[in-house]
Design a protein around this ligand. Structure first.
Ligand code: 6PG
Length: 284
């Protein structure tokens, strides 16, 4: 990829609206931590608290480490931060596969966040459907609702899989047509496992949704998600914050390797024409 000169040390270049390319994963992590701090300040100043949902998978690990570092942890009023998750695996919090477990190890035990402000998905519970309802009650207790009655996060971090899935919303899955529930427990056939996940209406109600995408293995899907009109759309394409909501990608050069400067004039509008993307109105 030709260097477009906008790549001052650590500064990203914007290859498409809302798509920021950093040189290395470590700089993506710093950029994401910076964004966390800025959103926390703005939300606490405006609302008195900061409601943020963390993503699962391996990519956020470096961001957690940066946020927990001496340089960053003092910049956040953790007493006013409430942490939630976008999705969770059906494993106990101590399991190496637990999204909560990873965030706890890398961030939450290293910053002065009150235990009562950490709201994990109890996806290991035998009755996962009831656990999903319980999580909806937790969201109802802490989050303001948008004009359509969906809980409104100030910031949601998401990852993206090589198949274009995000949170636990996988391509073609029925849960991607969910229009009323806030939390769902889809059976992910390809993983032969049930997951707990926030649904698209909740992701779309967020003020800001930030995708962290790094590594050469994500180059094909990132190009497809940003430049192709897939049918059905990739779940990452279906995420479209409403109104003034922002959708941002923080990626590294390796993930952006299949995007050319000339693509900056292309780009698939990262959204959905009214309603059709999720089937006809009323079909859920
Ligand atoms: C999960 C995630 C999932 C993840 C992507 C990317 O629980 O697995 O929430 O959506 O973000 O699979 O995972 P990596 O960051 O490990 O590539």
């Amino acid at each position: 990829m030709a260097d477009t000169g906008g790549n001052r040390k650590g500064a990203p270049r914007e290859i498409l609206p809302g798509v920021k390319v950093y040189a290395k994963p470590a700089e993506v992590a710093r950029g994401a931590a910076r964004l966390f701090v800025d959103c926390a300040w703005q939300s606490i100043a405006k609302h008195g608290h900061f409601m943020v949902a963390l993503s699962g998978g391996s990519t956020p690990q470096m961001m957690f480490q940066v946020l927990a570092s001496a340089e960053f942890r003092g910049q956040v009023d953790w007493a006013k931060v409430h942490v939630f998750w976008g999705d969770e695996r059906a494993v106990p919090p101590t399991d190496p596969q637990s999204n909560y477990g990873m965030a706890r190890r890398e961030l939450l035990i290293r910053v002065p966040i009150p235990e009562g402000n950490v709201h994990r998905m109890e996806a290991e519970k035998p009755n996962m459907g009831r656990a999903a309802h319980e999580y909806e009650e937790v969201l109802r207790k802490h989050l303001e609702l948008d004009d359509r009655g969906f809980p409104c996060f100030h910031l949601i971090f998401l990852g993206m899989g090589p198949d274009g899935h995000t949170a636990s919303l996988f391509p073609g899955a029925r849960v991607t047509r969910q229009t009323s529930r806030w939390v769902s427990t889809p059976m992910v056939v390809k993983l032969n496992a049930r997951r707990m996940t926030l649904t698209l209406p909740v992701l779309d109600a967020a003020l800001r949704v930030v995708f962290l995408v790094v590594g050469p293995e994500k180059a094909d899907i990132l190009r497809a998600v940003l430049l192709e009109k897939a049918d059905p759309p990739y779940p990452t394409q279906l995420v479209q914050p409403r109104g003034n909501g922002q959708k941002i990608f923080l990626v590294d050069e390796a993930a952006a390797a299949k995007l050319e400067p000339s693509d900056s004039r292309k780009g698939v509008p990262q959204g959905k024409p009214a309603a059709t993307m999720r089937g006809k109105p009323g079909k859920s």
